[in-house]
Write a protein that binds this ligand. Structure first.
Ligand SMILES: Cc1cc2nc3c(=O)[nH]c(=O)nc-3n(C[C@H](O)[C@H](O)[C@H](O)COP(=O)(O)OP(=O)(O)OC[C@H]3O[C@@H](n4cnc5c(N)ncnc54)[C@H](O)[C@@H]3O)c2cc1C
Length: 200
């Protein structure tokens, strides 16, 4: 994610988003943005590499290349931002299960509870998962504990090095598919094929 300084009314006039709508488009390497309460434009997108063995480190969350690319994309969408200051940038790992199905659950025998696999959409789902976990742990049977994602089990991702190769090839394939679609104006075959391969 990146965020601009608070923008002037004149700039907002040109951009629009008067109701602070979120926006996205249909590119494969997902982007999304929103006007913040204090008048900045916060903008995010995929593109950071997957690290071998699903490693997570704080320094992976600030990838210069990704942030430069995000800024470039945002200025393409809103040229009026070319001279705006970008004051914040941050990132984080994306949790994706093999079938792209988030889950929350409690294994009483193993005394293990979990929630996750939100595929980047965790604000609402983490809240729902937290409330569901509370009910599961206290042994209740409610509308929440009967939802289909409760105790759903996804199979494991392929072992390394296949996972590393697959994830990073996928990233490149989706970027290349976006460039191809922009050039040709037609939907990319390689994106369709790769999407099927990862079960998306
Ligand atoms: C770059 C990025 C973009 C994202 N974009 C979206 C999006 O557009 N839409 C969406 O739905 N989701 C998005 N997510 C995912 C979403 O932010 C998370 O899934 C969600 O915030 C998880 O909520 P949580 O309450 O489990 O954890 P968090 O929101 O991380 O909250 C955990 C809190 O615990 C605190 N904490 C940690 N350790 C301790 C400790 N020892 N003592 C006290 N406090 C502690 C932390 O400071 C933090 O405030 C994004 C995530 C990232 C990183």
């Amino acid at each position: 994610m990146i965020a601009t300084e608070p923008l002037s009314d004149a700039i907002w006039e040109e951009i629009g988003l008067a109701e602070r709508q979120t926006f996205s488009d249909w590119r494969h390497l997902i982007i999304y943005g929103q006007r913040t309460a204090d008048g900045r434009l916060a903008f995010g997108g995929r593109g950071a590499p997957y690290h071998f063995g699903s490693r997570i480190k704080p320094e992976f969350d600030r990838d210069d290349k990704v942030h430069v690319e995000l800024r470039k994309t945002l200025i393409e969408l809103f040229p009026v931002l070319a001279s705006a200051k970008f004051t914040h940038r941050w990132g984080g790992a994306l949790g994706v299960s093999r079938d792209w199905f988030a889950s929350v659950g409690h294994d009483r025998d193993r005394k293990l509870a979990w929630a996750g696999g939100y595929v980047g959409d965790g604000v609402g789902s983490a809240n729902l998962a937290g409330r569901t976990l509370a009910e599961l742990l206290t042994g209740q049977s409610t509308d929440l504990t009967r939802l289909p994602w409760v105790n759903h089990r996804s199979r494991s991702w392929e072992p390394e090095p296949f996972r590393w190769v697959g994830a990073n090839v996928g990233l490149r394939t989706m970027s290349a598919a976006d460039a191809e679609e922009e050039r040709t104006g037609r939907s990319s075959r390689r994106a369709r094929v790769f999407g099927r391969f990862i079960g998306h």
